[in-house]
Design a protein around this ligand. Structure first.
Ligand SMILES: *Cc1c(COP(=O)(O)O)cnc(C)c1O
Length: 420
C-alpha cells in the first residue's frame, strides 16, 4: 500500500508573460536602462508614467519582421498620444492614424507628411473636417453626412479632399475585447450602403483612395484575426467594383491584443504574419494591384512598454487584510481598476518595482488615493512586503492609460509622463 498525500501538490503557477518580460537589474525594474528609484528621483514626483523607448522600437521591429514588406504599418495615436511617443513612432512606422483634430496636430508636429496621416472616427465636427481637408490628410468617412461635409469643405477651400470609406462589414470578429464591426454600429458605413456612397463621391470629384475596416480591439487569437483579415479582403475586393478608378488604399485594421490577465497568452505574431502575407498575395494583389495594404496598431505597439509608477503612502491591516495605499489610482490608470469596459474585474499585473529580488511574498490589496471603493489597482495579490516609500508599478500601462482615465476626478495633480 502506498501512502496517499494528504494535500494535492500545488500546481506551479506560470509567471505572467508581462512580468517575465520586464527588464530587471538587482532589486529594481529598469526602464530605458534606468533603475526605477533613480528614474523616480529624476522625474521628481510620483505617480508617473514611464514609457520605454527601446521596448517600443523592439516591438515595431518584431511586427516588421513578421509582416514583411507587403504591408505598411500605421500607429493609432489614440492608444498613446504623448507627443514624444508619437514623435518616436513617427520615425519607425509608415503612417499615423488619428481620431481627433488634436491628435492630427500632434501627428503633423512630428514632421510626418499629410499623405501619411489618416483621420478616422465617428462624430468628426465640421470644423475638424475643414482642418483635415486643409491639412491634406486622408479622411476616413464614417457616414454620408461626413461625406457631404468633406465635399463642402473641399469646395470652400479650393482643394480636392482625399478620402477612404470606412466600412461596417456584415460580419463580426469573434475574440475581440471590444467589438467595433458587424450588426448595427456607430462606426463606418454599412457595407450594403457603400455603393450608393461611392456613386455620390464619384460625382463630386473627391479623391477616393480606398477602404478601411477596423473590426475590434484587444484580440489575442491569431486564427480569428486571420479569419477577419480574409473576410475583410474579400469584402473590399467586392466593393472595389463600384469604384471607377484603381483602389490605392486598403486598411485592414489590426486589433492585436496584449496579455493583461494571468490566463492571457501573447498573440502568435508569426501566425498573423503568415496569414496576412497569404491574404495580400492571394486575395488583394491580384484583384487590386495598385493597392497599398495597411495594418494599424495602437495597443500592440505601446501597451507593454508602459509602466504606471506609484509610491506607497500607507500600509494598513484591516481585519486581517493588508492594504497598500498608493499615491496614484483609477484617475490615471482607469483600466487597471477594472472600470474601463471589463465585465468581471481581474487584476492587471503589478510589481513592487524596488523589491524585485525578494522571493517571499504576502497577500496584499493595492488601492489608490481616491475616496471610492472603485479605486482598486490590485485585489489580494502576492507581493513582496512593501512599506511606505516603496514603488508599486502597474504593468501594461502604455496604451489607453492616462488619456483614457478621469484625471479630474478628486482634483489630484496630473502625473508626469516620460519617454526613457
Ligand atoms: C482605436 C483604433 C485603433 C487602435 O486599436 P488598438 O486595439 O489599440 O490597436 C485602430 N484603428 C482605429 C480606427 C481605431 O479606432
Amino acid at each position: 500500500m502506498t501512502a496517499q498525500p494528504l494535500v494535492a501538490p500545488v500546481e506551479a503557477v506560470a509567471p505572467h508573460p508581462a512580468v517575465a518580460a520586464v527588464p530587471v537589474a538587482g532589486d529594481e525594474v529598469v526602464v530605458g536602462g534606468v533603475p526605477l528609484t533613480r528614474l523616480a528621483a529624476r522625474v521628481g514626483s510620483t505617480p508617473f508614467f514611464a514609457y520605454d523607448r527601446q521596448r517600443i522600437s523592439d516591438r515595431v521591429g518584431e511586427v516588421r519582421a513578421a509582416f514583411g514588406d507587403a504591408v505598411r504599418l500605421g500607429y493609432a495615436v489614440k492608444a498613446n498620444p504623448m507627443p514624444a511617443v508619437v514623435q518616436h513612432l513617427a520615425g519607425l512606422v509608415d503612417a499615423l492614424d488619428v481620431a481627433s483634430a488634436r491628435e492630427m496636430h500632434t501627428a503633423l508636429d512630428t514632421g510626418t507628411t499629410p499623405d501619411r496621416i489618416s483621420f478616422a472616427g465617428p462624430g468628426k465636427t465640421p470644423e475638424e473636417i475643414r482642418s483635415a481637408v486643409a491639412a491634406g490628410v486622408l479622411i476616413e468617412l464614417e457616414s454620408q453626412t461626413e461625406a457631404h461635409r468633406v465635399v463642402a469643405a473641399g469646395e470652400g477651400l479650393g482643394v480636392v479632399p482625399r478620402v477612404a470609406v470606412r466600412v461596417n462589414p456584415d460580419f463580426a470578429v469573434r475574440g475581440s475585447g471590444m467589438r467595433m464591426s458587424g450588426g448595427p454600429q456607430q462606426f463606418g458605413v454599412d457595407a450594403e450602403q457603400v455603393p450608393d456612397l461611392l456613386r455620390y463621391l464619384t460625382a463630386t470629384g473627391v479623391d477616393m483612395t480606398g477602404f478601411h475596416v477596423f473590426a475590434g480591439s484587444q484580440n489575442l487569437d491569431a486564427e480569428r484575426i486571420a479569419d477577419a483579415q480574409r473576410a475583410t479582403a474579400d469584402l473590399v475586393v467586392t466593393l472595389a467594383d463600384h469604384v471607377p478608378g484603381p483602389v490605392r488604399y486598403v486598411n485592414l485594421g489590426g486589433g492585436l491584443g496584449i496579455p493583461y490577465f494571468p490566463k492571457d497568452r501573447p498573440v502568435d505574431l508569426g501566425r498573423v504574419g503568415e496569414s496576412l502575407a497569404a491574404v495580400v498575395a492571394e486575395r488583394i494583389a491580384p484583384a487590386l494591384p495598385d493597392a497599398d495594404v495597411h495594418i494599424e496598431l495602437g495597443r500592440y505597439l505601446v501597451g507593454e512598454a508602459g509602466y504606471y509608477v506609484t509610491r506607497v503612502i500607507d500600509r494598513k491591516v484591516s481585519r486581517g487584510r493588508t492594504y497598500l495605499v498608493v499615491d496614484g489610482g483609477m484617475h490615471h490608470q482607469l483600466a487597471a481598476s477594472g472600470n474601463l469596459g471589463q465585465v468581471i474585474r481581474r487584476n492587471y499585473p503589478v510589481l513592487v518595482g524596488d523589491h524585485m529580488a525578494v522571493r517571499d511574498t504576502e497577500q496584499a490589496t493595492v488601492v489608490g488615493c481616491l475616496c471610492t471603493p472603485l479605486d482598486l489597482l490590485a485585489d489580494d495579490v502576492p507581493l513582496p512586503r512593501a512599506e511606505p516609500g516603496d514603488l508599486v508599478v502597474v504593468l501594461q500601462a502604455g496604451a489607453y492609460g492616462l488619456t483614457a482615465s478621469p484625471t479630474a476626478f478628486l482634483g489630484h495633480p496630473a502625473p508626469a509622463e516620460v519617454l526613457v
